[in-house]
Design a protein around this ligand. Structure first.
Ligand code: HEM
Length: 244
C-alpha cells in the first residue's frame, strides 16, 4: 500500500487549485464568494449521501437508524445555512465590482440543490417547471424525482408499525417514531431557514428589486419559495388540536 499523508489523502493540491476567480484584475472578495458556493456544494454532496442512508433505513422500517440519520441531515442543513453569514460581509458596491464576471451563472442552476428538493419531496407544478426550464432535468434530479418522497416513506413506516400519524401526538408519551417525524419537520424548518437567510442575503447585497443573474425577479422570486413544503401532512396534523 502506498504511504498516504494528510495532503494526499485529502487531495489538497487539486482541491486548493479549484478556485478560479474571473475578475480582471482579481477582485479581493471573489475568492470568498467562490469558496462559500463550493463549500455549500460539498455539503450538498454529503447531505445527498446521508439521504441515501435515511431512505434505506426508512425502506427497511428501521426507525432508530432513520432517527440517527435525520439528526445528521439536520446538522448538515444547519452548517449550510451558517455559511451564508460569511457573505453578509460582502458590501453591495464591492459585489457590483465583480458580478459582471459571473455571466449567467446562478445558484438556480445547482443540480444538487434541485436533487435535494426533489428527494425531500417537492413535486408541485412550479418546481417541475423550474427544473425543466432549460430542457430535461439533470440526471441526478431525474433520479431523485423517481424515488419515493420522504413523506411517503415515513407514512409507509407508520403504516407498517400500525401507528396513525395523529396518534403520535395523542398517545401516552414520546416514542422513537414521534422523534423521527418531528426530526423530519425540523429538517423542513432548517431548510426553509436557509431559504430565508439566502433571501435576506440577496436583499442585502443586490437589493429587493434587482433581478438575478439566472433571469428571475431575484429576492421577489426567492421569497415565494420560503413557504414551500416537503411534508404537508406532518404540518397539517398539528391543526387537529385547534379549532378553525
Ligand atoms: C452574493 C451572494 C448571493 C447572491 C447575490 C445570490 C443571488 C441569487 C439570486 C438573485 C437567485 C435567484 C435566481 C437568479 O435569478 O439568479 C439565487 C438563487 C439561488 N442561489 Fe444564490 N445568491 C448568493 C449566494 C448563494 C450561495 C452562497 C449559495 C449556495 C450554494 C446560493 C445558492 C442558490 C440556489 C440554490 C438558488 C436557487 C434557489 C431557488 O430557486 O429556490 N446562493 N441566488
Amino acid at each position: 500500500m502506498t504511504d498516504i499523508d494528510y495532503g494526499s489523502y485529502l487531495r489538497l493540491e487539486e482541491l486548493l487549485a479549484l478556485q478560479s476567480p474571473q475578475s480582471q484584475p482579481e477582485h479581493p472578495d471573489e475568492l470568498l464568494f467562490i469558496v462559500v458556493h463550493q463549500a455549500s456544494e460539498l455539503w450538498f454532496k454529503v447531505l445527498r449521501h446521508e439521504f441515501d442512508t435515511l431512505i434505506a433505513a426508512l425502506q427497511q422500517f428501521d426507525t432508530m437508524r432513520a432517527l440517527l440519520s435525520v439528526q445528521r441531515v439536520n446538522a448538515l442543513t444547519e452548517i449550510i445555512s451558517q455559511q451564508l453569514a460569511a457573505l453578509d460581509t460582502l458590501p453591495p458596491q464591492r459585489f457590483a465590482q465583480f458580478r459582471g464576471y459571473l455571466g449567467s451563472s446562478s445558484g438556480s442552476q445547482s443540480a444538487q440543490f434541485r436533487a435535494i428538493e426533489a428527494t425531500a419531496g417537492l413535486r408541485d407544478a412550479h418546481f417541475l417547471q423550474t427544473i425543466s426550464e432549460h430542457g430535461a432535468p439533470p440526471a441526478e434530479v431525474q433520479a431523485a424525482l423517481e424515488r419515493p418522497t420522504l413523506q411517503s416513506l415515513v407514512l409507509a413506516l407508520l403504516a407498517h408499525e400500525q401507528v396513525e400519524l395523529a396518534s403520535l401526538y395523542t398517545g401516552p408519551g414520546p416514542t422513537p417514531l414521534f422523534l423521527l417525524v418531528e426530526g423530519l419537520l425540523e429538517f423542513e424548518q432548517r431548510f426553509a431557514r436557509w431559504r430565508f437567510l439566502h433571501v435576506q442575503l440577496v436583499e442585502r447585497i443586490i437589493g429587493p428589486g434587482t433581478g438575478g443573474t439566472g433571469g428571475t425577479l431575484g429576492a421577489k422570486y426567492l421569497s415565494r419559495t420560503v413557504s414551500q413544503k416537503f411534508f404537508p401532512e406532518l404540518w397539517a396534523v398539528r391543526s387537529a388540536f385547534y379549532g378553525r
